[in-house]
Write a protein that binds this ligand. Structure first.
Ligand code: TZP
Ligand code: MG
Length: 212
């Protein structure tokens, strides 16, 4: 599956509560998001697996990959397209070995030191952030700002997606910083109309999925 990071939706069960995660994802895909990541810091794997399977079914034929945050077992059980891990979520090599060569594997990076010891050959993309402070992630690292983002993106050997406090008005700055796209939670999940919220972002390399 071609990896288009231009508009990367990360779900949050609380911010998606109005419609629920599944309906929010369906709407956001109609609006043109290019990647969906299922993220839930609190649910047990057993709770997440049925939802991940429903999302995988909902995305079938859309060209939009389903990536699971942090939970290898959920990714495997749902036959998701990939896994996204953070700096404290275990070894990239172990995740790659468990997922196999074809799965998408992403890693969150906040610093140049982390970039310097990157296991780049086993990864497909990097999430860079937070660009700005955000209430969505508790205890996030110090914000990079746009200049910090640009420095990390320039040093990255892999495609990148920026995250943290990003809204439509940041698209141009993120593009100029050299990142491959924007990952957002509240800019889509936290709105009454996630389809319209997604559609408000410029199309990038996204296909028009109006038919869905
Ligand atoms: N990682 C860094 S910031 C963040 C994550 C998961 C949350 C981004 O949420 P929002 O609402 O798009 O600022
Ligand atoms: Mg994590």
């Amino acid at each position: 599956m071609r990896l288009d990071l231009s508009l990367y939706l990360v779900t949050d069960p609380e911010l998606c509560a109005a419609l629920g995660v599944e309906q929010t994802v369906r709407a956001a895909v109609r609006g043109g998001v290019s990647v969906v990541q299922l993220r839930d810091k609190h649910a047990a794997d057993a709770e997440m697996i049925p939802l991940a399977r429903r999302l995988k079914a909902a995305l079938a034929g859309s060209g939009v990959p389903l990536i699971i945050n942090d939970r290898l077992e959920v990714a495997l059980a749902s036959r998701a397209d990939g896994l996204h891990i953070g700096q404290d979520d275990g070894e990239v090599a172990d995740a790659r070995a468990a997922l196999g060569p074809d799965a998408i594997l992403g890693l969150s990076v906040q610093t140049h030191e982390q970039l310097a010891r990157l296991d780049a050959g086993r990864l497909d993309y990097l999430g860079l952030g937070p660009v700005f402070a955000t209430a969505t992630k508790q205890d996030h690292a110090a914000p990079l700002g746009v200049d910090g983002l640009a420095a990390l993106a320039a040093a990255s050997p892999l495609p990148t997606v920026a995250i943290g406090g990003l809204k439509v008005e940041h698209v141009e700055a993120v593009r100029r910083a050299g990142a491959g796209g924007l990952a957002v939670v509240s800019a889509i999940c936290g709105t009454p109309d996630p389809e319209a919220a997604a559609r408000a972002f410029p199309p990038g390399r996204r296909r028009d999925l109006r038919h869905r």
